[in-house]
Design a protein around this ligand. Structure first.
Ligand SMILES: Cc1cc2nc3c(=O)[nH]c(=O)nc-3n(C[C@H](O)[C@H](O)[C@H](O)COP(=O)(O)OP(=O)(O)OC[C@H]3O[C@@H](n4cnc5c(N)ncnc54)[C@H](O)[C@@H]3O)c2cc1C
Length: 337
């Protein structure tokens, strides 16, 4: 019998801890569940040592954590993970199922969709609920990332993967109550055609700008690598990090880890200063979580200037050194006081 209820999210176990994306899905999942006046469930798979961390997800807003622990789930193997999640979805029938668009989530979600013959929207950056029929509107950049598409599933659960870094992290509330349930998959679901021969950890990113509270970012409008380098001086004064557009990375002005947007990372700083950045959707997709956005551009009609909380029309090559000078002066005055 079909009776789809509740919002479910996939909880990702990294082999050491719960993946950061899980906490982001918990906050957005909680918001959607509250709007639908239904519950939030976490579906999680892993080896037995993941149990304690999985149980803890209740204090991050989950009403129920459904878990399968088995040594066979120690390494991520696409087929058995998909088979177990598909069995969970058949049993629990959530209205909505969200996966993180991490490497694991991007491998898993399409396989689950294939097994259950469901639709799937990849890399969503926002969701809305259509009141009249409780449909989940899944929003993502599309058509060469030029437009924001609003997509509705024709199948249930309505499934989507979610771009990491877009939603805030769920807060821990010790007093939040929920259930913990073990799901026993069929023996068949735990049979894999794959054998993990070797695991090679990916080299760690040089810098992680996703956690920065202040980001000073630069684009082609800064004109040269020399001017771009001044952003590091400003970032240091503001205790922040440096962000960049893709063309600037392609010119070799900065490493890939600093790139913000569809090809880079999403950031959530309190303050973002964009120097000489036009503000194409490719870039601004990564700025959804910015609290205060300041744009500095010679062109008042640049999209980032329109989107900004504070738009400063002027030459970034003049404003940047002046700002550095002013901040240095303020800092030395404070030290003298
Ligand atoms: C598939 C695909 C994926 C992409 N992914 C990304 C991505 O992840 N991130 C990303 O950023 N881009 C990405 N891009 C590129 C994106 O479409 C834009 O081309 C890019 O973001 C523009 O970078 P920009 O703002 O530095 O340069 P421009 O668009 O050239 O803008 C420069 C701006 O500087 C201003 N300016 C010029 N001189 C000055 C001055 N002296 N002072 C102040 N302002 C000045 C100009 O008015 C202009 O607005 C992608 C493109 C494709 C096709």
């Amino acid at each position: 019998m079909e009776n789809y209820q509740g919002v479910a999210i996939f909880g990702e176990w990294t082999g050491i801890e719960i993946h950061e994306s899980t906490y982001e899905l918990l906050s957005e999942g909680r918001r959607l569940a509250d709007e639908l006046e239904s519950s939030l469930n976490v579906l999680i798979l892993g080896p037995p040592e993941a149990k304690e961390a999985a149980q803890e997800l209740i204090s991050y807003g989950a009403d129920k954590v459904v878990a399968t622990f088995d040594e066979k789930l120690k390494d991520f193997r696409d087929d058995i993970y998909a088979q177990v999640v598909a069995e969970m979805l058949k049993k629990y029938q959530p209205e909505i199922m969200l996966f993180p668009a991490t490497s694991l989530g991007q491998a898993l979600a399409p396989r689950v969709a294939g097994l259950l013959k469901l639709g799937l929207t990849a890399h969503c950056i926002a969701f809305e609920i259509r009141k009249e029929d409780r449909a989940l509107i899944q929003i993502r950049p599309s058509f060469g990332e030029q437009i924001m598409a609003r997509i509705v599933s024709r199948t249930k659960p309505q499934m989507a993967t979610v771009r990491p870094g877009v939603f805030p992290r769920a807060q821990k509330i010790e007093s939040h109550q929920g259930e913990f349930e073990i799901f026993e998959p069929s023996e068949k679901a735990l049979v894999s055609a794959l054998e993990v021969i070797e695991k090679k950890p990916k080299p760690k990113a040089e810098v992680d700008i996703t956690k920065a509270k202040t980001i000073v970012a630069g684009g082609l409008g800064l004109g040269s690598k020399e001017y771009f380098q001044k952003l590091f001086e400003l970032a240091e004064l503001l205790d922040g990090a440096v962000g960049a557009t893709r063309p600037v990375y392609h010119l070799g002005w900065i490493s890939e880890d600093h790139m913000i947007g569809v090809s880079g990372v999403s950031v959530r700083p309190k303050l973002y200063l964009g120097f000489g950045i036009s503000g194409s959707l490719h870039h601004t997709v990564g700025l959804q979580g910015v609290e205060t956005l300041v744009a500095i551009n010679t062109d008042a009609n640049a999209p980032l200037m329109k989107q900004a909380d504070i738009a400063v029309q002027g030459d970034a090559k003049e404003i940047l050194p002046l700002l550095i000078k002013k901040l240095k002066k303020l800092k030395s005055q404070r030290e003298d006081d």
